[in-house]
Write a protein that binds this ligand. Structure first.
Ligand SMILES: C[S@@+](CC[C@H](N)C(=O)[O-])C[C@H]1O[C@@H](n2cnc3c(N)ncnc32)[C@H](O)[C@@H]1O
Length: 195
């Protein structure tokens, strides 16, 4: 009896990072939220690795700090209460992976959601920060105006990238209705040009 089942965009994004990241690597969580993804990244990069994490909400930073402290992994992380569009000001060296989980803080203020203007700046900064062979995963949640705009614009931006610079995968259930989460997985090629 087979047990294989098609997995959600969120699952695919995390699974891809679980298979890719190694102890000692550097990763960025561009949307810290309640810290679930930051914790996963800290586990994957191990004691010798480093995770930079960003969120505009102090509540998100506090929730993440508490989660990492409880897991004994706070030393592996650098938490910034600032927009991911400023990522390049805080992360100077190339990184192995960047994760975006767009939208609003679960259980929080839905008006504090990611928006295309700043998401665009952050995604471009992230792609330029990636080392050759590095991965960027972006989960997007259509079904509300800011999410619809992000989905549309990300699709256009990523489709316009040269295949010599990035391989881009788009995961979505095409019959799931307009609000279903989607994810993009990008891998930087050798000698990719700056965007
Ligand atoms: C879906 S949640 C992230 C969930 C999180 N990764 C987790 O594991 O719990 C999206 C987060 O993006 C944050 N956000 C909104 N605008 C942002 C920006 N410009 N820069 C960084 N984070 C932002 C929100 O405050 C929210 O916490």
């Amino acid at each position: 009896m087979q047990s294989y089942e098609l997995k959600s965009a969120r699952y695919i994004a995390a699974d891809c990072l679980r298979r890719f990241l190694l102890p000692g690597n550097t990763a960025v969580d561009a949307t810290m939220g309640n810290g679930h993804d930051t914790l996963m990244l800290c586990e994957l990069v191990g004691e010798t690795g480093c995770v930079y994490a960003f969120d505009v909400q102090m509540q998100a930073v506090e929730n993440t700090r508490a989660r990492l402290m409880e897991a004994g992994m706070l030393q592996r992380a650098r938490l910034f209460c600032c927009g991911h569009e400023h990522m390049a000001e805080h992360v100077q060296s190339p990184v192995d992976a960047v994760m975006f989980n767009l939208g609003w803080l679960p259980g929080g203020d839905k008006t504090v959601t990611t928006r295309w203007n700043t998401t665009r700046q952050a995604v471009i900064a992230a792609l330029n920060l990636l080392r050759d062979g590095g991965l960027c995963v972006v989960c997007v949640y259509p079904g509300h105006p800011a999410g619809d705009e992000e989905r549309k614009q990300l699709t256009e931006l990523f489709a316009s990238l040269r295949p010599q610079d990035f391989n881009v995968l788009h995961h979505r259930f095409i019959n799931a209705g307009p609000g279903a989460p989607e994810c993009f997985i990008l891998q930087k090629q050798e000698r990719a040009q700056k965007i």
